[in-house]
Design a binder for this molecule. Structure first.
Ligand SMILES: [Mn+2]
Length: 182
């Protein structure tokens, strides 16, 4: 029987109330938040990674909402990936958007680590770093360009497309000489 690769995370603090539902093997999205650009980026991630994502994210401050959504989404990704048996593990993407170009490489290693080369808005550097540390993804992003919207959006698209490849199941074996991705 096929393993359900779903993850749910609720994170309620004095600063935020976040709820994330993720299904790695289904499609569609709904994002409820009062931050329009962040909503646009989460929808971009879901659309291009071809996952099913529901996010409800509200908080007292933009930084808190983005940070804690990254914690909740990262936790949901970690849960959904489970023991990572049979996954492709690596993913790569190069995405242009007008003036901007983003390059992303992912290793679903279980060792959360984020590296960025290029300048993007601090909240989004923090988003990806927090997402990596909570999901166990190793993500390298490189971005150039001059329009801030395009730079961040090309990063989300490249991340999504690389993640779409990496999270796919192609066999039964764990792709590691250790026999474990953790
Ligand atoms: Mn846009």
């Amino acid at each position: 029987m096929r393993v359900l690769r779903k993850g749910v995370c609720r994170r309620k603090t004095k600063e935020v109330d976040i709820y994330v539902e993720l299904d790695l093997d289904s499609n569609g999205y709904k994002v409820e938040t009062d931050l329009p650009f962040f909503k646009h980026m989460l929808e971009t991630f879901a659309r291009h990674s071809k996952v099913k994502l529901y996010v409800r994210a509200f908080g007292d401050d933009e930084h808190h909402t983005i940070e804690d959504t990254a914690i909740a989404l990262g936790s949901a990704i970690k849960r959904a990936l489970g023991d990572k048996r049979g996954i492709v593990r690596f993913g790569y993407a190069i995405v242009p958007m007008d003036d901007s170009l983003a390059i992303c490489a992912i290793d679903v290693s279980g060792r959360g680590y984020f590296v960025i080369d290029g300048e993007v808005e601090e909240n989004y550097v923090h988003f990806f770093d927090t997402l990596c540390r909570n999901s166990g993804l190793n993500v390298h992003l490189s971005v150039k360009g001059f329009n801030n919207h395009h730079k961040v959006e090309s990063c989300f698209k490249a991340f999504a497309i690389a993640f779409k490849q990496a999270k796919e199941v192609e066999g039964k074996e764990t792709l590691s000489t250790k026999g474990l991705l953790d």
